[in-house]
Design a binder for this molecule. Structure first.
Ligand SMILES: [Cu+2]
Length: 191
């Protein structure tokens, strides 16, 4: 049933074009009637400066996360653990308001842990000497809305992307020695 419907939508869009309405607007409007397959997080540091953002794109088997940030904190150079935390709340000073790791699987923390990984675990990311970080990370242990039965980032209480002070050793408990929370971003459905 879906394909004939889609063809009809395209025909409608073409018809709109001939009436002077931009096809892009018609197509964009049609897309908005579905659940968004993207999410977005503004990333803030502990001084509550917005220093970057993360984009979350649902793919057929998991979520592609693109992180871009620029920090003026010289001590930030190096590797940092990054995780997906349970609650979409970065409101308190140390970002503990974002809760613990998303982990309904109840596996241990760590990509290299024989009892792991937990649902929140991701590879480390690197902040360069000039304060720039650009990274793409893929995970199939979460989803945006529950796709593939993976826990949903956009559930009732939301979730947060958290970047820690130190690198994650990917095996020790509970968070691989990654230390305090340095950056936090509430994950929200893209508009
Ligand atoms: Cu964490």
């Amino acid at each position: 049933m879906k394909r004939p419907l889609r063809t009809l939508t395209c025909a409608a869009a073409l018809g709109a074009t001939s009436l002077g309405v931009p096809a892009f607007a018609a197509d964009h409007h049609g897309h908005q009637s579905h659940q968004p397959d993207e999410a977005y997080a503004a990333l803030i540091d502990r001084e509550r400066n917005e220093i970057g953002h993360a984009r979350f794109q649902q793919g057929p088997t998991g979520v592609l996360i693109t992180i871009q940030l620029d920090t003026t904190n010289e001590g930030a150079t190096g590797w940092h653990g990054v995780h997906l935390h349970q609650i979409g709340d970065c409101s308190n000073d140390d970002f503990t308001s974002s809760g613990g790791h998303i982990n309904p699987s109840e596996r241990s923390h760590g990509l290299l842990n024989p009892e792991g990984p937990d649902n929140a675990d991701l590879p480390n990311i690197y902040v360069h000497e000039d304060g720039a970080l650009r990274a793409q990370i893929f995970t199939d242990r979460v989803s945006l809305h529950g796709e593939n039965d993976a826990p949903a980032l956009l559930d009732e209480n939301g979730s947060a992307l958290v970047i820690h002070d130190n690198q994650d050793d990917h095996s020790s408990q509970p968070i691989g020695g990654a230390g305090a929370r340095h950056v936090c971003g509430v994950i929200e459905a893209a508009q």
